[in-house]
Design a protein around this ligand. Structure first.
Ligand SMILES: [Zn+2]
Length: 446
């Protein structure tokens, strides 16, 4: 009797055998500083690796002209037609049978700035491997996740696996600045029956995410000589009244929302004002304040509803203030307008992934929501595909100084993802000299 356990042991052994190569590959990815619009070199590395694995590789340029009419397009200000996405396809053979359907493994190669390199213990693009960890900008967010996906496929390839349904490995650009890479793949028609976005989740299964809407608020006052303060109206004072009301709204919204999938009930979809610029001179009553911030969107809430609540809150202050009523503040929505997204926790994608996690770890995975945006929302809301985050690394290290990822975690995710591919995409695995069919959902066959 050949069972799932045997196949699973073989897959784990195959991933373990590849660990030195996996580590070296991740180091090389980190050593390529793929800031926005500088993703070309790292994409070439990934395309070459996918070709070595025998995948059919598509190089897909992101062209803003082809996205401009899409409701989820956000012009991120970087090169409008010169950046490329890489999609490797491992074609399934439907005659092999089994499994649920096709699968996309998605990750982004763009990274955020390293900031002041002098603050880092190791140089941000060093990719140093030390004490089991790979260090550098992008190691955790999220070259580790991409590496785990690629080496899951490499391990399966080494075992002679043949899927019944297509597997797509997508390496995209532009996630940090709004998602133009993944949106390109959706607009070009790349689809699957399930998507794993390999973002750093510490191997928690995260099928929910909040959204975020960027806004600008302009408040007008009346300038006067500071010595004649009572002749003027301070825009700073008026702004502070609005600020207090917005803070209260943030607290009330969180008090009303209950979802145990989020770690901290006070921080699911925060409204935060990030910049305030006001006043013209120290001895002039401030004429103008311009504040910019982000308004969170709760799972299940529409962008429009969240916008309405903020604008009604501002209006409630205006209604009690004759100056503001006569000089209404202006609220504008600009740049990132990211919707929230959710795949139901009882979806087969979630429980199938949870079962593979259990098999590798011998424990239940945590199923959590995340308060940050990612390309998952585009798959769910625009591509209408079930999607989930699952990957190695701690998101608290992402975008931070001294970012790193633990290679053991990358290896564990590669194993879980490899098992997931076999379970989800069906087909056949060949463990010479015996042939193991995995063509029924339980994987049990003589
Ligand atoms: Zn990321």
């Amino acid at each position: 009797m050949i069972d799932t356990q045997t196949a699973s042991s073989a897959i784990c052994a195959a991933v373990d055998a590849l660990t030195p190569v996996l580590t070296g590959f991740l180091q090389r990815l980190v050593q390529s500083p793929s800031l926005p619009n500088q993703e070309h070199d790292v994409q070439a590395l990934i395309a070459a690796r996918l070709e070595e694995l025998g995948l059919t590789v598509d190089i897909i340029p992101t062209r803003f002209s082809e996205l401009a009419d899409h409701p989820s397009f956000g012009d991120d200000g970087f090169s409008p037609d010169a950046r490329i996405n890489v999609v490797g396809r491992w074609a399934g053979d439907p005659s092999l049978g089994g499994g649920v359907g096709s699968l996309i493994l998605n990750g982004h190669v763009d990274v955020v700035s390293a900031g002041d390199a002098a603050l880092w213990r190791l140089p941000p693009w060093s990719g140093v491997f030390e004490d089991g960890k790979v260090h550098g900008r992008g190691s955790c967010d999220m070259k580790a996740g991409l590496t785990a996906g690629i080496f899951a496929l490499a391990a399966l390839r080494s075992l002679g696996y043949q899927p019944a349904h297509d597997i797509l490995l997508q390496s995209v650009i532009g996630e940090e600045s709004g998602g133009v890479g993944t949106l390109t793949t959706i607009v070009k028609g790349y689809r699957a029956d399930g998507v794993i976005v390999l973002e750093p989740t510490q191997q928690q299964i995260c099928p929910l995410q909040s959204g975020a809407l960027t806004f600008r608020l302009t408040v007008r006052g009346k300038a006067a000589h500071a010595a004649m303060k009572i002749e003027g109206v301070s825009a700073i004072g008026k702004f502070l009244k609005i600020y207090d009301a917005v803070e209260r709204l943030d607290q009330e919204r969180h008090a009303r929302y209950h979802n145990p999938a989020f770690d901290d009930a006070r921080n699911v979809a925060p409204i935060s004002i990030g910049t305030v610029r006001g006043g013209e001179w120290h001895s002039t009553v401030a004429e103008t304040v311009v504040a910019e911030g982000r308004c969170g969107v709760f799972p299940g809430e529409s962008n429009e509803d969240a916008r309405c609540l903020l604008s009604e809150t501002i209006q409630s202050v205006v209604d009690t203030d004759p100056w503001l009523a006569a000089n209404p503040p202006r609220l504008e929505w600009f740049e990132g307008q990211f919707a929230s997204a959710e795949t139901p926790v009882d979806h087969p994608l979630i429980h199938t992934l949870a079962a593979q996690h259990r098999q590798i770890h011998g424990a239940e995975p945590a199923i959590r929501g995340v308060p940050f945006g990612s390309d998952m929302r585009l798959f769910i809301n625009d591509g209408h595909m079930p999607a989930v985050h699952y990957g190695p690394g701690d998101v608290r290290l992402a975008h931070a100084v001294d970012e790193f990822v633990d290679v053991a975690e990358v290896v564990a995710v590669a194993k879980t993802v490899a098992l997931m591919v076999v379970e989800w995409c069906g087909g056949r695995i060949v463990l010479s000299p015996l042939h193991y069919a995995l063509s029924n959902p339980s994987g049990r066959r003589m």
